[in-house]
Design a protein around this ligand. Structure first.
Ligand code: CDT
Length: 316
């Protein structure tokens, strides 16, 4: 008997700096309702879903960024989303800026089950950009200033019988992320992202950015026999453009569904989780074919500046 999960990706068009959280949450509820109406079990929202992508802006007053952060989850602004999801019997992944009781700031994602309980949490590990103020540029990319590196590792969580891994935006470009999750048995990797056209020091044309985004999630899915569900916050935020390209990718590496535009858009696809089996049990049978011993010998010896094995030749 096949194991199915109906997966929805909710791409969210631009959110301006002045958009209130209740207004944003009402928008998300609309997307959630559409997804549930189309049979979704689980809805994936983007990274930093509740606010504009504020790391583009330098704030002289550190306190000025507080309004972008959630001090608890759920809180009174976000509770309506939890309530509606529970009523509809649908789970969700939500990215947001987290401020802990101890004053630590993280770029965070949570997994909420169909009963409205938070069953998984991830804090972004790969923080791109810089922490200093760059002069004469249209935008900054200050994730290294506003967030700490995640401290929860790459966890895999049970969602009503499906093993779910989570990551955020820049993580998708690092192959180790999918591998760390797949080695723990993840079947589906959820990803929220914000990919601006302009990032200081990162010169890539928009079409190349879209290519690299899709290449990353397709390769991650294929090489690790997982599904990847990627939800972007896209379009224009106060005149700043971010790529779209929200999509669901199968373990074959093929795109099952992809956003047509850059506005709010719901993609729904019923996946057969056993689609990964032919890959996991043959070409990507990790236990049978991976060579962690060999990777270690070369990479670790080189890293320590030690001589390589005598029979090792770069020309071999
Ligand atoms: N949010 C985020 O991580 N964005 C980055 C921008 C590019 S950093 C070189 C991304 O990887 O899409």
């Amino acid at each position: 008997m096949s194991r199915n999960l109906t997966l929805a990706v909710a791409q969210v068009g631009g959110i301006n700096a002045d958009d209130s959280k209740p207004h944003v949450v009402a928008r998300l509820i609309g997307l959630l309702e559409e997804a549930a109406g189309r049979g979704a079990d689980l809805v994936v929202f983007p990274e930093l879903t509740l606010t504009t992508f504020f790391p583009r802006t330098w704030f002289d007053d550190e306190g000025a960024i507080d309004r972008y952060f959630e001090k608890s989850m759920p809180n009174s602004d976000v509770q309506p989303l939890f309530d509606r999801a529970q009523q509809l019997g649908v789970g969700f992944y939500l990215g947001y800026a987290e401020l802990t009781g101890g004053g630590k700031r993280y770029n965070t994602a949570i997994l909420v089950d169909k009963q409205g309980s938070i069953v998984g949490k991830y804090r972004k590990m790969h923080l791109p950009g810089h922490a200093d103020k760059r002069q004469g540029l249209p935008n900054q990319h200050l994730e290294k200033k506003y967030f700490l590196e995640g401290d929860l590792g790459f966890g895999v969580f049970d969602f009503h019988g499906t093993k779910i891994g989570m990551c955020l935006c820049n993580d998708r470009r690092w192959p180790e992320v999918y591998r760390a999750l797949a080695l723990q048995g993840a079947e589906v990797v959820l990803l929220g992202y914000n990919t601006p056209d302009f990032v200081p020091g990162w010169q890539e044309e928009p079409h190349a950015k879209m290519f690299a985004h899709l290449l990353s999630i397709q390769a991650g899915a294929y090489q690790n026999s997982v599904f990847v569900a990627a939800a972007g916050k896209s379009g224009f935020e106060d005149g700043n453009h971010m790529i779209g390209g929200s999509a669901v990718v199968a373990p074959s590496g093929e795109i099952l569904t992809k956003a047509a535009g850059e506005d709010d858009e719901v993609l729904v696809v019923k996946i057969d989780l056993d689609m990964s089996k032919p890959y996991r049990e043959s070409v990507f049978d990790f236990d049978a074919h991976r060579r962690p011993d060999a990777y270690g010998i070369i990479a670790e010896r080189k890293g320590r500046g030690e001589p390589l094995p005598v029979n090792f030749s770069v020309n071999a």
